[in-house]
Write a protein that binds this ligand. Structure first.
Ligand code: GDP
Length: 140
């Protein structure tokens, strides 16, 4: 079943010049990019995005990181893309990520882990709506 997910190329990856490398990996995986833009989130916007984590000890740190520079946000579409993108990204902690995954190759710590991908259909719907309106999604 065709599905959509929100992907973010995080500020660490943008800073290291990895935008093209990430897009290449998504396209080679067969994911269609149906929306894309560059954003520099404010601290408040990052807090809104990660609201589900507001009780976690790393909330302050991760929202500071996510607002530290520009990110590229995009909507990817493919069959089963939520799980497939999570697989391509690898585990949150790059030390536990499988060989060949994005995070294993490019992450430098558990926080600066290069990419974000929605983890379920409900979170994907919230996260896509957080950055894009219907007119910005190709093919709707
Ligand atoms: P994800 O779905 O794999 O991105 O992981 P989570 O939803 O659990 O965490 C959201 C983001 O918070 C992660 O991608 C990391 O950037 C950051 N993060 C997760 N765990 C930790 C942690 O223990 N310490 C710090 N500093 N950041 C973390």
């Amino acid at each position: 079943m065709k599905e959509r997910t929100l992907s973010i190329i995080k500020p660490d990856a943008v800073g290291k010049g990895l935008i093209g490398e990430m897009i290449k990996r998504f396209e080679q995986a067969g994911f269609k990019i149906v929306a894309m833009k560059m954003v520099h989130m404010s601290k408040k916007e990052a807090e809104g995005f990660y609201a589900v984590h507001k009780e976690r000890p790393f909330f302050e740190s991760v929202t500071r990181f996510m607002s530290s520079g520009p990110s590229v946000v995009m909507v990817l579409e493919a069959d089963n893309v939520i799980a497939r993108n999570r697989e391509l990204m690898g585990a949150t902690n790059y030390k536990e990520a499988a060989e060949g995954t994005i995070r294993r190759e490019f992450a430098t710590d558990i926080e600066k882990n290069v990419v974000h991908g929605s983890d379920a259909p409900e979170t994907a719907a919230f996260e896509i709506g957080y950055f894009f309106n219907a007119l910005e999604l190709v093919g709707v």
